[in-house]
Design a protein. Structure first.
Length: 403
C-alpha cells in the first residue's frame, strides 16, 4: 500500500469520525431540547394545578366567610331580639311600679315569662314558712332544723331584732359615699334602678321558698358582665327583709373584690374560714351603724387573699361543714356566693354541692348567646338555673376582671 493510499484512508476515517461526532452532538441537543420541553410542560402543569388549588382555596375561604358572616348576622339578630324582649320586660316592670320612664342604664330584669310588681309591701311576704322547708337533694349537707321565730315581722330598730351568735358578729364602718361611688344603688335607693333589684329579690325569695332552697351561686359567662355589682345590690335589697338573714360570700377567690366594694380593709382570707382554721364568728362581718336602713341581718364573708387552689378548696368536705354551721348556728336564711365567671374556671362546677341554684348575670352588649348556651351546657341539666339577669349597664362594672 502506498503512502498516498494510507493518507486517503486516514482522511476518510477522520471524515467518518467527524460525522459520527456531529451526529452524536445533534442527538444530544435534540434530547436536551426534548428534556427542556418536558420540564417546561411539567412546570406549566404544576403552575396550573397551583392556580386551581388557589382558586379552590379561595372559594372555600369565601364560602367560610359567607357562612361566618351569616352566623354572626343570625346571632346579632337573636341577641337584638333577646335584648329587646328583656328591655320590654324591664319597662313593663317599671310601669307596674308607676315610676317615670328612664334609660336602660343599670337596669336588671329576670328572664321569667311574667314580671312581679316591685311593691315594697312584698317585703313583708317573707314569712316563717321559708325556714321550715328542706334543702335541695343536690347539696352535700342535710337540711338544718328550722330555727325558731327570731323577731317580729316589723320593728322600728333593726338592731333590736338581732339575737344569738349572729349578734356577736363584728361590724365594719359604713361609708355611704363610698357605697355610692361603687354603684350600690340599693343602698341610698336614689336611683330608680333599685326597683329592678327589688323585683329580683322578691322573685328569688319566692323561688327559694317554693323549692326549699337557701343557697344561690351568682356567676356570669365572662368578665365585665356585672356579677359582683348584681350580687352586692341584691344582698343590700335582701337586707331589708327583716325576717331574712342573708350572708354574701366572696367565692371569687381568684379575683376577690367585695371587700373593696364595701370599703373594708384587710378582712382576712376567706379560705382560712372554709378550711376551718378560723371560726365563722371571727371572719364574718355585719354593716355598722348607717343611715341607709340596713340593719344587722346582712353579713359578709370578705376575702383579701388570692386562693390558687380555689376549686380544690370548694370541693373539700370542710367547706361544706362550715357553710352548714353558718346556716344552723347563725340561723342564716339565704347564702349568696359571688362566683368567678363560669367559662373561665371550674370553680362553679367544683362548688356544685354547696349551692342550690344559679343566678346567671348576662352583660348587655357583652355576652353572646352562644356563651349563655355554653354555661348551661357546662352546668348540666341537674343544676337549677334560677334566672337570667340582663345587666344593661353602659359604664364599667363594679368590678374589673383581668382573667
Amino acid at each position: 500500500m502506498s503512502e498516498l493510499d494510507a493518507k486517503r484512508r486516514r482522511i476518510e476515517e477522520l471524515r467518518r469520525e467527524k460525522a459520527r461526532l456531529a451526529d452524536a452532538r445533534k442527538r444530544r441537543e435534540e434530547r436536551a431540547r426534548a428534556d427542556e420541553a418536558a420540564r417546561q410542560a411539567a412546570e406549566a402543569r404544576r403552575e396550573a394545578e397551583q392556580r386551581a388549588d388557589a382558586s379552590r382555596l379561595a372559594e372555600v375561604r369565601s364560602a367560610e366567610r359567607a357562612r361566618i358572616e351569616h352566623e354572626l348576622a343570625e346571632q346579632a339578630r337573636h341577641e337584638a331580639a333577646l335584648i329587646a324582649e328583656e328591655r320590654k320586660a324591664a319597662e313593663e316592670a317599671l310601669r307596674l311600679d308607676r315610676a317615670p320612664a328612664r334609660s336602660a342604664n343599670d337596669t336588671l330584669i329576670l328572664s321569667a315569662d311574667d314580671q312581679v310588681e316591685p311593691d315594697f309591701a312584698a317585703e313583708e311576704d317573707w314569712d316563717e314558712d321559708f325556714r321550715d322547708t328542706a334543702v335541695t337533694p343536690g347539696r352535700a349537707d342535710t337540711a338544718p332544723a328550722a330555727p325558731a321565730v327570731r323577731r317580729a315581722a316589723e320593728t322600728d330598730d333593726l338592731d333590736d331584732a338581732v339575737d344569738g351568735p349572729w349578734a356577736e358578729l363584728r361590724s365594719f364602718a359604713v361609708d355611704e359615699a363610698h357605697l355610692e361611688r361603687n354603684r350600690l344603688i340599693t343602698a341610698a335607693r336614689n336611683d330608680l334602678a333599685h326597683t329592678a333589684f327589688d323585683v329580683l329579690r322578691t322573685r328569688l325569695l319566692q323561688a327559694l321558698r317554693q323549692n326549699g332552697w337557701s343557697r344561690v351561686a351568682i356567676t356570669s359567662p365572662s368578665k365585665d358582665c356585672g356579677k359582683t355589682f348584681s350580687a352586692a345590690n341584691l344582698a343590700m335589697s335582701l337586707a331589708r327583709q327583716e325576717n331574712c338573714r342573708t350572708v354574701l360570700l366572696d367565692f371569687d377567690m381568684r379575683r376577690p373584690s367585695l371587700a373593696k366594694v364595701f370599703g373594708v380593709k384587710k378582712p382576712g382570707p376567706l379560705g382560712a374560714m372554709l378550711r376551718g382554721e378560723v371560726a365563722p364568728e371571727e371572719h364574718l362581718r355585719c354593716m355598722g351603724a348607717n343611715n341607709i336602713a340596713v340593719g344587722r341581718n346582712l353579713a359578709f364573708g370578705f376575702n383579701d387573699a388570692v386562693e390558687p387552689f380555689a376549686s380544690e378548696l370548694l370541693q373539700d368536705s370542710t367547706a361544706a361543714r362550715v357553710l352548714k354551721d353558718i346556716e344552723e348556728r347563725f340561723e342564716a336564711d339565704v347564702l349568696l356566693f359571688d362566683m368567678p365567671p363560669a367559662l373561665y374556671h371550674d370553680d362553679v362546677l367544683a362548688a356544685r354541692n354547696l349551692f342550690d341554684g344559679v343566678l346567671l348575670i348576662v352583660g348587655g352588649g357583652i355576652t353572646k348567646a352562644s356563651e349563655v348556651k355554653d354555661v348551661e351546657r357546662r352546668l348540666g341539666a341537674d343544676t337549677p338555673l334560677l334566672g337570667t339577669v340582663l345587666n344593661f349597664s353602659e359604664g364599667p362594672g363594679i368590678t374589673r376582671y383581668s382573667y
